[in-house]
Design a protein around this ligand. Sequence first.
Ligand code: UD1
Ligand code: MG
Length: 448
Amino acid sequence: MPLAIVILAAGQGSRMNSDLPKVLHPLAGAPLLAHVLRTAQMLEPARLVVVTGHGAEAVTRAVDALAPEAVVVHQAAQLGTAHAVAQARSALNGFSGDLLVLYGDTPFVRFDTVQAMRSARAEAALVVLGFDAADPGRYGRLITAGERLERIVEYKDATAEERAITLCNSGVLCADAAQLFTLVDAVESKNAAGEYYLTDTVGLATAQGLAAKVVRCDEAETLGINTRAELAAAEAAFQAGARAEALDNGVTMTAPDTVFLALDTVIGRDAVIGPNVVFGPGVTVETGAEIRAFCHLEGCHISRGAVVGPFARLRPGTELAEDVRVGNFVEIKNALLDEGAKVNHLSYIGDAELGEGVNVGAGTVTCNYDGVMKHRTVIGARAFIGSSTMLVAPVRVGAEAMTGSGSVITQDVPDGALALGRARQETKPGLARRLMTRLRAIKAGKTG
Ligand code: UD1
Ligand code: MG
């Protein structure tokens, strides 16, 4: 059965108290919407539609970057979830098959759960994802008769008896697309909120003799984000799950509770992650690499046998080949470090290429920025960069070349050459002692 997915993301999210549209708030290093789009993409839908409203421009930009195949439609006024689904109709022109509705602010709905809903469609025209709520609060309540779902009542419209029901609506729903649009058209806004409720489609369907069914999931899966506190709780839930998954996959973590992972973090088997390591987006750590305590990583690839940290920062575009060493207080950005290269102490390497076996001494800086443009530094294989070398880019240091400690290198260094770019040392025998004696005498004369 072909599948189309509509993600509702038009709501204001006013309880976030933010200038940023709710669905763009980050969770595990990615916008909330990215989590939902990822699940949607895993389902390989024939069509993917995102309904935007508040902050439409920014949300559209995010969708274009995350899921260019998605069609973005605009809901100018937020008249309710049924009205939101109706906005997707023209984008789904010519589509026939099932339509799945997801919410942009409900990031944890699992692929398997949606698959279970799709299978349940064999038995029912409408399938709704429900959960048993510990505290049902203001969720819509599912009114059932045995296995059958009869209707959904929104909290605001519910009687005291209905409010006592703990089986709640997650909002996720699946039905034949054409049938759902017909039902959506029939929804009226005679409810407590004056909104067109998507949930009303269930009662309308069953009144016509169509069957509706509930597929249940864990409450944690339907966690919706409406406030900063819920966003923080969702982050904690994500981290707990991601840490457990990494441990299961054979990653060693000495203090998993202090490691923060991103939605797309990939860590290989037998990698070792020390305490207090933060993974931003786009990090891959290969099998057997080691990340020591207090590292901050984003947009980088760390190959097997590499050791990073403690206290290192790897920024986007960092590529560490096998057996590379990056030590304490080192920052690397947009740089390729070839096999066995070492940058062990207090250095900045940006917009650079370091050949195989290069050794960079403590306190080295690639001076990559002239205030307007960025320039590259290229260092050939097995070159030795003396401590505290300033490499003023654009500059090349040849293979097996050396730079003297404290040099400011402004010109290319040929292969095998030694470059010194510092003032020549002058030594005055006995001068230090004579100077000190004089200074002490001056001080004594002043105070005495
Ligand atoms: C909705 C359900 C409720 C369910 C709850 C689960 C309805 C009527 N109610 O209530 O049964 O228990 O979710 O979290 O569906 N949206 C739009 N356009 C609109 C209105 C909403 O795109 O005009 C989007 C929102 O951005 C959000 C989603 O739809 O992503 C749900 O809307 P929201 O207002 O949060 O509905 P709830 O009151 O939470
Ligand atoms: Mg909501």
